[in-house]
Design a protein. Structure first.
Length: 165
């Protein structure tokens, strides 16, 4: 049973989840001649706190993964008001404040975005409305306003997520 739990998030399932969730992003920007490339790498921290990055083929609960999306303007014109998006696959939890640059918006469904931290209104046991932060484990997309990107130039965004325990 333990071995089965350790292989709970095989890389093939993860890649499929990322590609499926990243596809709409590539299609949205295709008309603007912006090429979007998403990469990921596992973050390893040694006992002294030094980080190294490695390729990986399997993930286990607690592993930290860094995602990077690079947007390259391949058109002959400046692209304006470019929005960068990184999907967070199911089974992963966004790590607060890990985004660079600082993330501005997030979504739990890829359609509706709001400023980070996401919040929802719930009805408490006493019938009163209460606003609470949405757990980071429910974040599925992070979005940045990247502004204008000149012809031939690139801009990158990155963030980290942890495999759910």
């Amino acid at each position: 049973m333990k071995k089965q739990n350790q292989e709970r998030y095989p890389i093939t399932a993860w890649i499929i989840a990322v590609l499926i969730s990243f596809l709409p992003l590539a299609l949205v920007h295709a008309a603007e001649d912006v090429k979007a490339t998403l990469t990921s790498r596992k973050v390893i921290t040694d006992k002294n706190g030094k980080e190294t990055f490695v390729a990986f083929d399997k993930m286990q609960p607690g592993d930290k993964i860094e995602y990077q999306a690079v947007y390259r303007n391949e058109s002959k014109k400046k692209v304006t008001k470019l929005m960068g998006i990184i999907p967070i696959p199911a089974g992963m939890e966004y790590i607060r404040d890990s985004a660079n640059p600082t993330v501005t918006d997030a979504s739990i469904n890829g359609k509706e975005y709001a400023p980070v931290p996401l919040k929802r209104t719930i009805i408490g046991p006493d019938g009163k409305e209460e606003t609470k932060e949405i757990p980071l484990s429910e974040y599925r997309f992070l979005r940045w306003s990247l502004g204008d990107v000149a012809s031939g130039k690139s801009v990158a965004v990155r963030t980290r997520a942890m495999v759910a325990k």
